[in-house]
Design a protein around this ligand. Structure first.
Ligand code: FE
Ligand code: FE
Ligand code: FE
Length: 191
């Protein structure tokens, strides 16, 4: 069953499948959707641990709270994704997301390479926002695919998660304004 389609681009996965050799010609958009869902499922599962680390490393209390709040939200997102698998009639399986592994590693590097304080907090926010932007993009792609496939309930869930990621990004931008200012003051004290 097909319902409304959106004119927006839905990422590169579908296009990639159509340009593959003929032996993969039986691969459907639903297969790609399932694969993309597995990728973000892996990402969210690993993000809960990463956010716990980021929260522990944060110097600013408000930033600590923001990471904690999003960690709890991420745990709920994992449940929402499991609901999507269920609606698709498939088992919830995680497939390694190479990009998220790299983004998480970047965050860990900031923790390892810098001392605790406002400047490192500014770096942690930067790393976290890269993650949120990846997620916003991934959920946009998934939402569009779900709509095209006629999976309205799934699309609704994915849109909801996308909004949560976007709200987190806005919150981090607000915190960055404050924390970068504090980090600047640290620089001035040292001069
Ligand atoms: Fe998430
Ligand atoms: Fe990925
Ligand atoms: Fe997120």
């Amino acid at each position: 069953m097909k319902t409304k389609t959106h004119a927006r681009a839905n990422g590169s996965n579908a296009a990639k499948s159509s340009s593959r050799s003929s032996k993969n010609s039986k691969e459907t958009l639903e297969d790609i959707f399932e694969d993309t869902l597995k990728d973000i499922y892996w990402a969210e599962k690993h993000l809960t641990k990463a956010l716990a680390k980021m929260s522990k490393a944060a110097y600013n209390e408000e930033l600590k709270d923001a990471f904690n709040t999003h960690m709890e939200e991420t745990e709920r997102q994992i449940g929402k994704l499991e609901k999507c698998f269920e609606l698709l009639g498939k088992k919830a399986v995680a497939k390694k997301c190479e990009a998220m592994e790299g983004l998480i590693k970047e965050g860990e590097e900031q923790i390892e390479e810098h001392d605790e304080g406002h400047p490192r907090d500014a770096a942690l926010i930067g790393a976290a926002q890269k993650v949120e932007h990846y997620e916003i993009s991934a959920y946009g792609t998934l939402r569009t695919m779900a709509n095209v496939l006629g999976m309205a309930q799934c699309a609704e869930i994915l849109e909801e998660i996308k909004d949560e990621e976007a709200e987190t990004d806005v919150k981090l931008t607000e915190l960055a304004d404050k924390i970068n200012q504090l980090a600047c003051e640290v620089d001035e004290e040292e001069v």
